[in-house]
Write a protein of this length. Structure first.
Length: 152
């Protein structure tokens, strides 16, 4: 699979994702994948983000430039391969639902996650909560503008 930015990726039966130089075809990096074969994958329009669905039902999101999976693989209890698609701007993922041939839309916009965290908690997240739930998306900051930042 080749992204619009010219990134060449190949998926292995062991679940890993390999990146290759498109000129020399030399492997440049290996990304942690699923517990089984990656069946479906989708790039953002700029090639910076990759969404991958494994035959074990797990879904992973990757930062291609940083050569890293963003957070842990998500295992939505599908127990089967998941068709995935990534919106061009990488802010929404579409996943096939396992039981009713429907589609789930997952909001991947970090700013909306921060707003949702404020609405759910009714306060700023602690640094530990931020590290647990949002940490891979950016440095700690207040989640609720109307409350003082803890430890500030």
């Amino acid at each position: 699979m080749v992204s619009s930015a010219g990134v060449l990726v190949a998926m292995s039966v062991d679940g890993t994702i390999a990146l290759f130089d498109p000129e020399t075809l030399a492997k440049t990096a290996t990304l942690a994948g699923a517990r089984g074969f990656i069946q479906h994958a989708s790039f953002s329009s700029d090639g910076a983000t990759l969404l991958a669905g494994g035959n074990d039902g797990s879904v992973s999101i990757y930062d291609i430039a940083g050569r890293a999976r963003l957070g842990d693989a998500i295992d939505p209890d599908r127990n089967t391969g998941t068709h995935v698609a990534l919106r061009a701007d990488a802010r929404v993922a579409a996943l096939e639902t396992p039981t009713d041939d429907g589609i789930e839309l997952w909001d991947l916009d970090p700013d909306r996650w921060v707003l949702a965290a404020c609405a759910i908690a009714g306060r700023n997240l602690t640094r530990q909560e931020w590290a647990t739930y949002i940490g891979d998306l950016g440095p700690y900051r207040a989640t609720c503008a109307e409350f003082p930042t803890p430890g500030a």
